[in-house]
Design a protein around this ligand. Structure first.
Ligand code: HSE
Length: 352
């Protein structure tokens, strides 16, 4: 059986989850893939913290670039997060001709043009399934399952922290600050939780969905982004009396030759399927011109759910390396029927 070496950069919550998943389901994966995935190195600055997974200590290093240089490593998995050193490692891996798997929504949303452009120029693939929706295979659904559709709209609850906060405020009357603290204790929140509660994390994910659905390279500065920080228990009670729930929604929607991309708290009718998505769960509703409405639901954050999607990307990468044919992913949007981004001032919508 062929073996493909993987180097993991970042040994935090998700990194440890990926190592755990590869150890516990490695045989199963090999039997399904017909190739073995071999973890050949794990880089992190902190090698002392117990990550809750038993790995051979010889795999651990503080030198991420050594993994990028290692000829026995074909796939670099970037799970550092943020847009600083992660960008450097991803670009170095692409330059070295490695396939990249990343769960880094901030990096790919803010530097997507540079990173995907470099990958296309070098002829390597960049997979980013876990950057949107955690354990939900929404990226591959848009990329593969719905490939024949013109996407009409995407509506998503994409931030587990915000959904968890809103749920606890609504069901237990917990004040915002206490609900945020509880979400942080559960480990869903970003290191800087303002990214969650101010809607920026959701906007990163919306930007990636807009890239997938329409080939748009969206700049966050051009989007309408509003988070849940300003919501009070009274707001939630008031809209409940009217038959609605408040959800932080990402909306990506085609309107003629333009696409609107926005993130804000929205009133969802209690009977709508998205209203029943609670706690850390995420859900995405995609409407395609052929398929109509489709719905994707699952855990949008957390160690093993996110690892599940990272492992699926590694598996895709292995299949493509084994066949010797890069997927050419992400696809160059230049030839596509590129719409423009609709300025928020031109968006027509009911509002409260
Ligand atoms: N902070 C994010 C969330 C993690 O709460 O959804 C997953 O992207």
């Amino acid at each position: 059986m062929k073996a493909f070496g993987v180097g993991l950069i970042g040994f935090g919550t998700v990194g440890a989850g990926v190592a755990d998943a590869l150890i516990r389901n490695g045989e199963l994966l090999a039997s399904r893939l017909g190739s073995r995935v071999v973890l050949r190195g794990i880089a992190d600055l902190d090698l002392e913290t117990d990550r809750g997974v038993k790995v051979d200590r010889a795999l651990l290093t503080r030198d991420a670039e050594a993994l990028v240089r290692n000829p026995d490593i074909r796939i670099i998995v970037e799970l550092v997060g943020g847009t600083g050193v992660a960008r450097k490692f991803v670009l170095a891996a692409i330059e070295a001709g490695k396939t990249v798997v990343s769960a880094n929504k901030a990096l790919l949303a803010e530097h997507g043009a540079e990173i995907f452009g470099a990958a296309r120029a070098r002829g390597v693939d960049v997979y980013f399934g876990a950057s949107v929706g955690g354990g939900i295979p929404i990226v591959r659904s848009l990329r593969d399952g719905l490939i024949g559709n013109r996407i009409e709209s995407v509506h998503g609850i994409l931030n587990g922290t915000c959904n968890y906060i809103l749920h606890r405020m609504e069901t237990e009357g917990l004040p915002f600050a206490a609900a945020l603290q509880a979400a942080q204790a559960e480990g869903f929140a970003e290191a800087d939780p303002s990214l969650d509660i101010d809607g920026v994390d959701t906007a990163h994910k919306a930007a990636l969905l807009a890239r997938l659905a329409y080939g748009l390279d969206v700049r966050l500065a051009d989007l309408c982004i509003e988070g849940i920080r300003g919501l009070a228990l009274d707001d939630i009670a008031d809209v409940k009396a009217l038959g609605y729930r408040i959800k932080l929604l990402a909306v990506v929607k085609r309107e003629g030759d333009a696409v609107e991309v926005r993130v804000h708290p929205a009133l969802v009718p209690e009977k709508h399927v998205l209203a029943s998505v609670s706690g850390v769960f995420n859900a995405v509703m995609v409407r395609g011109d052929l398929v109509g409405d489709t719905l994707y639901y699952g855990r949008g954050a957390g160690r093993l759910p996110t690892a599940s999607t990272v492992v699926a990307d590694i598996a895709d990468a292995v299949r493509s390396l084994a066949s010797g044919t890069p997927r050419g992913w992400p696809i160059d949007p230049a030839g596509a029927d590129l719409p423009r981004l609709l300025p928020i001032g031109e968006v027509v919508s009911r509002h409260y």
